[in-house]
Design a protein around this ligand. Structure first.
Ligand SMILES: [Zn+2]
Length: 78
């Protein structure tokens, strides 16, 4: 049995919902501390979450650029 890095409580493997940039990613495997609720992800899961975070940021950027362009076209200044 692993122990929590922070409080030395018991850490158990379970599926958790992770919020990344306002988007909830469900059922990510993580080791969760039963005492302080700290979550530990393995390298693969952590990089997957990072990837999602990057995509979310990119999508938001595209959305803003689109919005900006649309506003410009409406004014006829494009
Ligand atoms: Zn803990």
């Amino acid at each position: 049995m692993k122990t929590c890095y922070i409080c030395k409580g018991n850490v158990e493997l379970s599926l958790v919902d992770v919020e990344v940039g306002g988007v909830v990613v469900k059922d990510m495997p993580a080791e969760v501390c039963s005492r302080c609720n700290e979550k530990y992800f393995d390298t693969r899961t952590a990089s997957f979450i990072q990837e999602i975070a990057g995509c979310v940021a990119e999508k938001k950027k595209e959305f803003l650029i689109d919005k900006f362009k649309t506003a410009y076209e409406v004014k006829g200044a494009a």
